[in-house]
Design a protein around this ligand. Structure first.
Ligand SMILES: Cc1cc2nc3c(=O)[nH]c(=O)nc-3n(C[C@H](O)[C@H](O)[C@H](O)COP(=O)(O)O)c2cc1C
Length: 148
């Protein structure tokens, strides 16, 4: 097995409705932890949250990606996890991000709409290439916002 081959995994999930804490704070805390841990495992990717649903793209070496997915799957902050894609790919799409992330808000909503995400995220509507393009645009918007 070639250890240098990169795999990409995409899944969707739903926020556990029993979560009592502030969900935006929870999202921030997931991102911060992910950024710290993923760096150690050479994992990169992007996490989108629309306040009800998550979509996550995870990239890295096969075993590391699968190992992380198993951990995430058992996290009771979400459920109804649907695997959308697990493929090998030529290169990382998010090489600069140990885990980039975006919360869908009134400010970012127009970007979601441009990529056809009209209502709540539905797993059967997620097309990997479309999602990757959306995530890139969200990253650009975030960078621009940080500069202003
Ligand atoms: C939607 C979602 C995405 C997550 N993504 C990651 C991730 O990319 N990397 C990571 O290390 N943990 C991620 N987590 C957290 C893990 O499920 C798990 O809580 C964490 O790795 C455990 O760390 P701790 O026991 O040291 O607190 C995610 C959790 C959720 C709910």
């Amino acid at each position: 097995m070639n250890e240098r081959i990169i795999y990409r995994l995409i899944y969707t999930s739903r926020l556990n409705p029993n979560i009592k804490s502030n969900i935006i704070e929870e999202f921030r805390s997931i991102l911060l932890k992910s950024q710290k841990y993923n760096k150690l495992k050479q994992i990169t990717g992007f996490l989108v949250f629309d306040r009800l649903n998550f979509i996550q793209i995870i990239e890295g070496h096969r075993d590391k990606v699968w190992e992380l997915f198993r951990i995430i799957e058992n996290d009771d902050r979400h459920h109804d996890i649907k695997l959308i894609q697990f493929v090998d790919c030529e290169r990382r799409q998010f090489s600069e991000w140990s885990m980039g992330g975006c919360l869908r808000t009134v400010v970012t909503d127009h970007i979601f709409l441009r990529y056809g995400f009209i209502g709540a995220i539905e797993s059967n509507e997620v097309r990997p290439d479309n999602l990757i393009a959306l995530s890139h645009d969200l990253m650009v918007a975030k960078r621009l916002e940080a500069r202003m």
